[in-house]
Design a protein around this ligand. Sequence first.
Ligand SMILES: *Cc1c(COP(=O)(O)O)cnc(C)c1O
Length: 367
Amino acid sequence: MATLADAPIEIKTLPLPMALPAEMREKVLADPGFGKVFTDRMISIDWSEDKGWHGGVLGPRQPIALDPAAAVLHYAQEIFEGLKAYRLADGTMALFRPEENARRFNASAARLAMPALPEETFVEAVRMLTLADADWFPKVDGGSLYLRPFMFASEAFLGVRPAKRYKFLVIASPAGNYFKSGAPAVSIWVSSDYTRAAPGGTGAAKCGGNYAASLVPQAEAIERGHDQVVFLDAAEHKWIEELGGMNLFFVFDDGSMITPPLGGTILPGITRDSLLTLAREEGLTVREERYSLDQWRSDAESGRLVETFACGTAAVVTPVGRVAGHDGEFTIGSGGPGQMTSRLRERLVAIQRGTAEDKHGWVMRLG
Ligand SMILES: *Cc1c(COP(=O)(O)O)cnc(C)c1O
C-alpha cells in the first residue's frame, strides 16, 4: 500500500548563476581521472521528524553549512551509493540498474537508523542531475559520469540516538576510463591484523564508517607494495570476504565459479549480482559459497583455481594476479588477466554501453 512516505518528493530546479566556463570544463574533461572534479550542480533534499522529506532542489553545487554539533561529525551516521551514467552507442545517456542502488540505499538507511527515501525519488534525483549536467559527460573513450548519492545526520545534538534531521544529496563527477584496454591484474594483500565487518555489524550497509575502518589496512597493503587489501571473516580469520570496496569471484578449471555468500558481512554489490547472472548465461556453474584462504592458496598452486577477479561499479572487473600475506605469496594462473575475467567484463560493459542486447532490462535510458 502506498503511504505518504512512499510518495515521490518534489525537486525544484533553481537557476545556475555561474557555471564553469566551457573552455575550462573541456580542459578538465580531457583527463578527468576519478573523483577529482565535480559538475556545476547538485541535488539536495532535507528530512525532519515533523516535515518528512521536503525542500528538494536541483541547484548550484556549493558548500553546505553544518552546525559543529551535527550528529554525522560525531557518530558517523552516514550512508552513500555509487553508480555511473553511461552514454550509449546512439548518444543517449543511460543508468545501469539504478533501482537496485535505490533499494540498497534504503537497506543501508535502515541499518543506520535513518529514514527511507522513496525509491522513485532516489532514481529521479539521479536522473535529473545527470540530464542537467550532461555537458559534463567526459568526451574520452570509455568515460562516464559517476554519481554519488549520500545521506547524513544533520541535527545538532550530541546525545546518542538516531538524529531527527537528515540531508540527502547527489553530486556528480566525470570519470575517465579506468583502464583503456582491459584491466591489468592487481596484487592484493591479505590483512590478518584487521577485519572489515563482523557478524551483526554494518558490513552489508554502504556506510562511510566501513571505509574509515578500512583505510589503515589499505595503507598497509600499499606500504607492502600491493594494490588492494582483502579481508577475512572476523570470527575465524579463515574465510575470504571482499576487498575494501569490491566483491571477489574465483574461477576454476572445471567451469565452475565461487563468490562468497551475502549474509551480513559482505556488501551486496550490484556488479556482483549482474555477473552472477551473466556467468550462468555463459554456462558456468556458479555457487555462492564460503572459500578459505588456505583453499585459495592450495587451489592456485595445484592449478584447479585458474582466475580470481574483483568487481564493483568504479573499475567494473579487475583481475587479481598475485596474493600475499604474512604466510607468503602465491600467483593466480599466469599472474595476468584470465580469459573468463576478460569475457565477463566485456559482456557487462557491452550491456552497459548499449552495444549488446539488454535482455534483463538493466539499462535505463534517460531522455
Ligand atoms: C560499493 C561496494 C562494492 C561494490 O558494489 P557495486 O554495487 O558493484 O558497485 C563492494 N564492496 C563494498 C565494500 C562496497 O562498498
